[in-house]
Design a protein around this ligand. Structure first.
Ligand SMILES: NC(=O)c1ccc[n+]([C@@H]2O[C@H](COP(=O)([O-])OP(=O)(O)OC[C@H]3O[C@@H](n4cnc5c(N)ncnc54)[C@H](O)[C@@H]3O)[C@@H](O)[C@H]2O)c1
Length: 289
């Protein structure tokens, strides 16, 4: 299905690692909706090679850049503008990483150098992207920037560790920069707070199966998939949402507003996440991830 909602628009997409990545789905949809864009990821992630397949599929060039390095971002924006032939209309920030989570350190014993890295990669990087774009005047009026977040910014999830602080900071940057970019150039900046999703970053969080199954049982509409998330991002990049800015938008099947659901009362406390495989199989059959 394509309504060409992004026809004529130019974009920059951070964070497609493999076919499970949320950014991968967004890139495929953006292509189907008529956008031209550049794909970027950390040089080390490019070694995996998958992103080049996405590049071929969507007719997009791939440019390596570490999102924490301002000079690399400046080069990235310059090259992107020259490849696409002008300023950008949309940017997707779909980047997150915590060395504390990777190393499985308990929250009460995190390493502070790792914490600094978590915040830099997962939150401050959004500020860096926006500041570089601002100084280069690289985003068109009514352009749209979307960053991906998670409800651990507001609530405690015991194994989400310092990524909770990163998401809280990310959402705060969305509001603060959203004000300045809105006044200066009518650029919109929002975060999408997405359901647990089966990706490399997602499944790296301890107890992910329980996260996923619990959220699915709690949400009246069920968890939002990567495919659903991509559709939502396309709507936010489109001209149909021109007055939406500085928001943290929950995209979670209703999870964030729930207390407890019938499904959870009846099943989850007894199965303790065993339904995960059933849910994934059902989604697979429905043609989703
Ligand atoms: N999967 C979930 O359950 C879930 C839920 C809510 C929000 N999110 C958020 O969605 C976003 C995308 O994650 P995903 O789930 O698609 O996983 P993913 O692992 O596919 O994507 C994370 C990306 O961040 C990139 N990255 C890490 N360090 C980088 C650096 N220094 N420079 C440039 N890129 C770097 C990785 O290479 C990878 O492409 C993240 O912000 C994540 O926190 C994920």
């Amino acid at each position: 299905m394509s309504n060409q909602l992004l026809k004529g628009k130019r974009g920059l997409i951070f964070g497609a690692l493999d076919a499970n990545s949320i950014a991968w789905y967004v890139a495929e949809k953006a292509h189907a909706h008529g956008a031209k864009f550049v794909l970027t990821n950390a040089p080390i992630a490019l070694r995996k090679g998958d992103i080049f397949k996405l590049g071929e599929k969507t007719g997009s060039e791939v440019i390596p850049a570490d999102i924490t390095q301002v000079d690399e971002l400046e080069g990235l924006f310059q090259e992107t503008q020259s490849i696409l032939g002008g300023n950008l209309d949309f940017i997707l920030h779909s980047v997150g990483m915590s060395p504390n989570v990777r190393k499985n350190l308990p929250y009460t014993d995190i390493d502070y150098n790792y914490l600094a890295k978590t915040l830099d990669v997962s939150a401050i990087s959004l500020h860096k992207v926006l500041q570089v774009a601002w100084k280069m005047d690289a985003i068109n009026s009514w352009g749209s920037v979307v960053a991906l977040s998670y409800i651990a910014a507001q609530r405690t999830f015991s194994t989400y560790s310092d990524m909770a602080q990163a998401k809280a900071m990310l959402e705060s940057i969305v509001r603060s920069f959203g004000y300045h970019y809105g006044v200066k150039k009518k650029v919109r900046i929002n975060s999408v707070s997405q359901s647990p999703t089966i990706t490399t970053a997602g499944t790296g969080v301890g107890g992910f199966k329980s996260f996923y199954a619990y959220a699915n049982c709690m949400s009246p509409l069920g968890n939002a998939s990567s495919d659903d998330c991509a559709n939502y991002c396309i709507s936010l990049f489109s001209d149909l949402t021109r007055k939406v800015t500085m928001q943290n938008l929950f995209h979670d099947g209703g999870y964030s507003t729930m207390g407890i659901s019938d499904t959870l009362i009846k099943s989850c406390f007894t199965c303790q996440g065993e339904c995960f495989d059933d849910i994934v199989e059902k989604e697979r059959v429905m043609g989703k991830k």
